[in-house]
Ligand binder design. Structure first.
Ligand SMILES: Nc1nc2c(ncn2[C@@H]2O[C@H](COP(=O)(O)OP(=O)(O)OP(=O)(O)O)[C@@H](O)[C@H]2O)c(=O)[nH]1
Ligand SMILES: [Mg+2]
Length: 356
C-alpha cells in the first residue's frame, strides 16, 4: 500500500487537470468539468484527485465538490457494492487483496475498488489500509483502485465521504466496490447504508465465533465466511460454521427472505473462493429478482438525504452565536450528569421556536 499511495501521489502531480494548486477558489470551477470528464474516462489520478476534493473540509472546495458529484451522478449506480467487516486481525485486508486479485484474473471486465470506513480514524488518522495494509499486489493492478479511509471528522462524516468516493469510483467504471470496516463500534451500521451486500468475516475454532456477531450485525449480514479456514484449520472452521448456522436460525433476515450462507474461506490461499463467488452471484440474482436490490438503494438514498439535512441544519444553527453558547453550556451540564440529555435537547429545540 505504501507503494500504491506513492504511485497515486505521483500520478496526481503529473496529470494535467488535477494540479493540487487548483484546489480552492474559482480556478477549480473552471476545471470541474474537465475533472469529471477525466474521471468518466477512467483516469485514476483524476479519480484520486476527485476523491480528495469531495473529502476536503475547505469551504472553497464544497461548491466544487457538489458540482463534481452533480456532473458524475448520471454515471453512477452500476457497481456491485460489497461491505466487508470482522474483528481486527480476522484477515480483511489479506482477503480483499487475494479475492480482489482473483476477481480481476477470472473476469477481464472486472474493475475492483477498495475503500474503507475507519471508526478509529479520529485517533489514528486512518490506520486502516494504512502502513499495515496487505494489498500491495492488488494496488499495482491497472484495473484496481485502493483508497485509504478519509480521516478527520466524526464517523458519520467519514462514512458520508466514503459514499461520495464510492460514487466517484462508479463513475470511473469500477464495477466491484468493496468497503472495508473494522468490526467495532457503529461503523457497520453506517457501512450497511453504503452497500448492496454485507460480508462478515469470522474466525475458526476460537469457541467465541459468535463474538462480534452481535444481533444487530446478524441482521445486516448477507454472507458469513469463516476465514482462515484453509487446511489444517478446516475442521475448526466447520465447527464454527455449524455453531453460527444454528445461532442464525434464531436471527435470520426474514424481511428479504434470505438466509445468510455460512462458508469457509481463506484469504491466504484462496480456499473457498468458488463457493463465495457463487454466493455473491446467488445473492445478487435473488435480491434483484425480488426487487429489493433497488428498494434497498432507495432506502439508502433517503437515509443519506436525511443525514445531510440534519447535518446542514445543525451547521446552520451553530452559526447562531447565542444558540451555540446555549448548546455548549447544556452539553457541559449533560456531560456532568446534571441534566438528562433528552430534557436538555428538548430545551434546545424549544429555544428555536421563535426563530424558525
Ligand atoms: N492462516 C491464515 N492467516 C491469515 C489469513 N488471512 C490473514 N491472515 C493473517 O492474519 C493476520 C491479520 O491479517 P489482516 O489481513 O491484516 O487482518 P485485518 O482483518 O485486515 O486486520 P485489521 O486491519 O487490523 O483489522 C496477518 O498476520 C495475516 O497474515 C488466512 O486466510 N489464513
Ligand atoms: Mg486491515
Amino acid at each position: 500500500m505504501a507503494k500504491k499511495a506513492l504511485h497515486i501521489t505521483k500520478g496526481v502531480k503529473n496529470a494535467p487537470s488535477v494540479n493540487p494548486k487548483l484546489r480552492a477558489g474559482k480556478r477549480w470551477s473552471r476545471s470541474v468539468a474537465e475533472l469529471a470528464k477525466d474521471i468518466i474516462d477512467g483516469n485514476l489520478p483524476a479519480l484520486a484527485q476527485g476523491i480528495t476534493l469531495v473529502e476536503s473540509n475547505a469551504v472553497a472546495d464544497k461548491e466544487n465538490a457538489r458540482a463534481l458529484l452533480h456532473a458524475l451522478m448520471p454515471h453512477t449506480g452500476s457497481s456491485f457494492r460489497i461491505g466487508v467487516t470482522g474483528v481486527p486481525g480476522v484477515g480483511k485486508s489479506t482477503f480483499l487483496e487475494s479475492y480482489g486479485s482473483a476477481l480481476l484474473k477470472s473476469d477481464e471486465t472486472a474493475r475492483v475498488a477498495v475503500l474503507a470506513v475507519d471508526p478509529s480514524s479520529e485517533v489514528s488518522k486512518g490506520s486502516i489500509l494504512g502502513d499495515k495494509t496487505r494489498m500491495m499486489e492488488l494496488g499495482k493492478h491497472e484495473r484496481a483502485f485502493i483508497r485509504p479511509s478519509s480521516s478527520g471528522g466524526n464517523l458519520g462524516g467519514v462514512a458520508k465521504k466514503t459514499r461520495e468516493a464510492l460514487l466517484l469510483c462508479e463513475a470511473a467504471g469500477f464495477n466491484y466496490i468493496f468497503v472495508e470496516t473494522v468490526g467495532v463500534g457503529q461503523s457497520e451500521t453506517l457501512v450497511a447504508q453504503l452497500v448492496d451486500c454485507f460480508l462478515f468475516l469470522a474466525m475458526p475454532g476460537t469457541g467465541d465465533e459468535l463474538q462480534g456477531l452481535k444481533k444487530g450485525i446478524m441482521e445486516m449480514t448477507d454472507i458469513i465466511a469463516i476465514n482462515k479456514s484453509e487446511p489444517p484449520n478446516t475442521p475448526a472452521g466447520e465447527r464454527s460454521a455449524l455453531a453460527i448456522r444454528s445461532a442464525l436460525q434464531l436471527f435470520t433476515n426474514k424481511k428479504f427472505d434470505w438466509h445468510p450462507p455460512v462458508l469457509l474461506t481463506s484469504g491466504l490461499t484462496g480456499f473457498g473462493f468458488n463457493e463465495l463467488d457463487a454466493s455473491f452471484d446467488r445473492y445478487r440474482r435473488h435480491s434483484q429478482s425480488k426487487g429489493w436490490f433497488d428498494k434497498k438503494r432507495k432506502e439508502q438514498q433517503e437515509y443519506w438525504f436525511e443525514h445531510a439535512v440534519r447535518d446542514g441544519v445543525f451547521e446552520l444553527l451553530r452559526k447562531d452565536e447565542d444558540w451555540k453558547k446555549d448548546y455548549e453550556a447544556l452539553k457541559a451540564e449533560v456531560a456532568l450528569g446534571n441534566l438528562n440529555p433528552f430534557e436538555a435537547s428538548a430545551e434546545m429545540v424549544k429555544s428555536l421556536k421563535g426563530k424558525v
